[in-house]
Design a protein around this ligand. Sequence first.
Ligand SMILES: [Fe+2]
Length: 376
Amino acid sequence: MTAIDPDRTIVLERPPQLHFGIGTIARVGAFAAARPVARTLVIAAPVIRDRVADMALPGDVAIFDQVVNEPDLALLTAARAFADDYQPELIIGFGGGSVMDLAKLVAVLLGRSTPVEAIIGAGKAPPRRVALAQVPTTAGTGSEAGPRALLTDDATGAKLAIESGHMMADIAVIDPQLAVTVPPLVTAETGIDALAHCVEAFTNLRAHPAIDLYAREGIGLIGRYLRRAVEHGGDLEARAGMALAALYGGYCLGPVNTTGGHAVAYPLSTQHGIGHGRANAIIFPHMLAYNAPATGERTREIVQLLRLGDAEEKVCAATSGFCADLGIAMQLTAHGIEPAHIPAMAAEAAGIRRLLDNNPRPMTERDIAAIYHAAL
Ligand SMILES: [Fe+2]
C-alpha cells in the first residue's frame, strides 16, 4: 500500500459509459439508436474498415479512412473538411491511438472555424456539438478513456498536445475480439506502449495512489499476457488481458501522464519516422535503468510484475530482453539512427518540459544523449 499525502489532489475523468468484453462492439449501434442518430461519421483505420458493419449503426454512415500515420495538421484539415461537409450527429474513432486522437479533435472542432492552433494546451477546446464514441482495435494507447490528443506539426515535426474534458468520449467500447488480427509485431509494440504508460505513471513525480492501482494491475497484465497475445493472436484471454492493460494505461495518462520515457522516445518518431510503440519500446529499458536510483522499490516491483524474477540489478538487460523476445529490434542502428543523429534528437527531447518535469530523476540534454548512445 502506498502512503497517502493528503495535500496531493487529483481529478479522475472517465467516459460515462464504458463497455468491455467479447461482442460488445454492437453496443455502439445501440448507443446511436437511443439518441437517435441519423448520420454517423466513422474515422477508421484502413485495415479495420470492413468491421464497421459489426457496430450495427442505424441511419447513414460515412467512413473517413485516410489515417495511415500519427495525425498531423494536414490530415486534421482533411478530416475536418470531410466532417463539416457530412454534418454527422455522432463521430466514432475506430482504430488505434492515431485514429481515436483524430476523432477527438474533429469532434470538438466540428462546425467551427476555430484553428486548431487556438486549442493547443489544456482546457482550450470548445464544447462538442456532436456525440463521440471510441472503439479501440489495438491494445496500446488507452486513448479511448482519456481527454488528450497528440498532433504532429507538419512544419516542425513537434508533437502538440491538446487536452480537454470536451474530448472525452460519451461511450468507449472495448471488444478484445477486434484485436485478433493485429500482427505480432504491432501487438508487441503497442503492448509496450501500454506498459510505458503504466510504468511512467507509477514512477512519476505526480504519482498518486488512486492511479497506482491501475498502473500495478496494468503492468501485471502485460507481464502475464503480452507474450501470449504476440505468439497466439487468436488467444482471446490474452487479447482481453492486453485490452484491459491498455485501458488501465489510459487511466494513468489523464491525471498523471508520462515522464522522460515518452519525451526521449518522441524524437525517434518526429525525426526518424519510427512508430510510437516501437520508439517507446527501444527507450523503455534505458529509462527504467536511468530512473532506478530515484524510484528504488518501485523499479523492483515493476520487474517482478513483469515476471522477470530478481533481475532488478540488471534492469536494463532484463527488460530489453523482454522486449526483444517479443520480436522488437531494440537497437537504434537497426532503425537507421546513427551517432550523428543524436544531438538533434537530444535537443528536441530536452525541450519537452511538460513530460521531463514529471520525471523522478532530473534529466539534462547530456543525460538524454547518453541514453541514445546506450540504445545504439
Ligand atoms: Fe504512448
